[in-house]
Every structure is written in C-alpha cells, then in structure tokens.
Design a protein around this ligand. Structure first.
Ligand SMILES: NC(=O)c1ccc[n+]([C@@H]2O[C@H](COP(=O)([O-])OP(=O)(O)OC[C@H]3O[C@@H](n4cnc5c(N)ncnc54)[C@H](OP(=O)(O)O)[C@@H]3O)[C@@H](O)[C@H]2O)c1
Length: 252
C-alpha cells in the first residue's frame, strides 16, 4: 500500500470527514481526497485554517467541501448528535472518516505526568473520536461501502518511555478500532482500520523532536497512497487491521 497508485477519481462522489483538517497530515489528506473526487467535511478547531484549506480545494476546482469548526476537547455527546443530524440532512450518508486530530501532551515520565494533561490528551485523542464515530454509525451504515480510519502511532503499538498519555491514547484507538471491526464483521459493509503515518514532517513531529532536521522525514504528501487505499474502494472487505503508511526503515 505504500506505493498504491490511486485512480484519479478513486473517491468520486464519496463524502469523507477529516478531523484535524486544518494542519499537518489532516490538511494534506483533505486536499488529496478532494483532488480524487471526494466531498470533504473539514473538521478542526481553528476556523481560519479550515477556511484556507477550503479555499485551496475550491480554487483547484475540486468538489466543494464543508466546514465544521469543533474543539474536540470541550465538545459533548450532544454536539456530535447535532453534527450527525446536520450531516444526515446535507448528505444522507457518510462514506468515510479519517480520525486524525490529536495532541501530544507532555513528554515526561509517568511519575511526573500531570493529571490534567492526561485527561486532556485522552479527551481529544480518544473520547472525542469515540463520540463522533458513535454518532455517525447510522450514516456510515447507509453508505454502500464505508471506511473508518483511526490514526495510530508506533508508540500506540509498543509502549515507549516518556510518551505518557499520547501512547496510551493510541493504544486505546487501536482497541476501539478492533472492537468496532469485530462488531461489524458480519452485519454491515463498514470497515474499521488503523493507520500509523510514521515520522512525518509536521508541527507535531517538530514539537516532539525539536532537535531533528525536518527534512529527514517525508512530507504529508508523500504518505498519501496509504490514505487513499484505505478510504477508497480498493480496501473493501479489509477490516480490523493495523497498517503503516511508510515502509519499515532499513536498519543501519
Ligand atoms: N507527524 C508525525 O510524525 C506523526 C507520527 C505518528 C502519528 N501521527 C498522528 O498523525 C495525526 C496527525 O498528526 P500531525 O503530525 O499532522 O499533527 P499536527 O500537525 O499537530 O495537526 C494536528 C491537527 O489536529 C488538530 N487538533 C488538535 N487538537 C484539536 C482539538 N482539541 N480540536 C480540534 N482539532 C484539534 C489541529 O488543529 P489546529 O491546527 O487548529 O491546532 C491540527 O489540525 C495525529 O493523530 C498524530 O498523532 C503523526
């Protein structure tokens, strides 16, 4: 899937939600999905960033996107129900969700980890996405084949010192994905998978590794083949799996 070559119109007529669509990988994914024919619903907390992505998509002549500003830390189950109602009115169904927004929290040992930061990271990275997916399940079930992609991390597959709540949140995301995939295995056409982007040149990466030369990592654009594969029809029937967007690094 690293070298998946997506047909130009692979996402034609699909309605795809991207959380954290204003920056980094989410921003690139939103633009890439639109360029491949999708109507993208841009969700994120900074409206000006979402508007900039909206403008880029519109100026490129791709399908007109929609914007839903939302602060995942404070949003309640009721907010997600209202969003689901709006989307039902507007589109009637949803073909895909890229659950991408996340925060890093502190890079400290658990012994020093602040409880408030822990709760904030779990709220943004896990609870918000649980509530969003729960509210949208009925709309996913209405699609002819729908794909939900949870964004993971290598520290969500093997715990690593000083990654605290972020690592635990990614383990939780993997668990939520597996539970949903199992629940839906025989009853519908909705698939659930996780995707670890791998080290990618974004603000989050720069914040986590301030001393690193950013150019050693691929840009978000370079990891898009895996995203297109998982959101598009070529991954139909693939569910409950943990994927990587980059090939394993050769060991020196
Ligand atoms: N970059 C990497 O090397 C790497 C590696 C492994 C996994 N990942 C995962 O890949 C995903 C994307 O990461 P990235 O590097 O693109 O990060 P990023 O550049 O920091 O972008 C994160 C996005 O999430 C949004 N967001 C954060 N908190 C939010 C909140 N409370 N409500 C709504 N939106 C919120 C941000 O909005 P604002 O722009 O408004 O702040 C931003 O658009 C994350 O799940 C991350 O854990 C990244």
């Amino acid at each position: 899937m690293y070298s998946y070559q997506a047909p130009a119109d692979v996402l034609k007529d699909r309605i795809i939600i991207v959380t954290g669509a204003g920056d980094g990988i989410g921003r690139e994914a939103a633009k890439t999905f639109a360029a491949h024919g999708a109507t993208v619903v841009l969700m994120g907390r900074t409206t000006s960033k979402l508007e900039a992505v909206y403008d880029e998509i519109e100026q490129a002549g791709h399908p007109q996107p929609a914007i839903i500003p939302i602060h995942l830390e404070g949003a309640t189950a009721h907010d997600y129900e209202l969003i689901a109602e709006k989307l039902a009115e507007e589109f009637g169904h949803i073909d895909g969700i890229l659950l991408n927004a996340a925060i890093l929290g502190q890079r400290t040992p658990i012994a020093q980890y602040e409880v408030d930061t822990w709760n904030q990271v779990i709220q943004v990275n896990v609870n918000s996405h649980f509530m969003l997916v729960k509210a949208l399940l009925p709309l996913l079930e209405k699609a002819k084949d729908a794909s939900v992609v949870f964004t993971s991390s290598s520290v969500g597959r093997k715990g690593r010192a000083y990654w605290g709540a972020y690592a635990v949140s990614k383990f939780a995301i993997e668990g939520l994905m597996q539970v949903l995939a199992d629940e839906y295995e025989n009853i519908s056409q909705v698939r659930f998978n996780s995707l670890n982007p791998g080290a990618t040149r974004t603000q989050m990466r720069a914040y986590a590794y301030p001393g690193e030369n950013p150019s050693v990592n691929p840009s978000p654009e370079q990891i898009m083949p895996a995203y297109l594969y998982l959101l598009g029809p070529d991954s139909r029937g693939v569910t409950g799996q943990a994927f990587d967007a980059q090939p394993p690094k050769a060991k020196a």
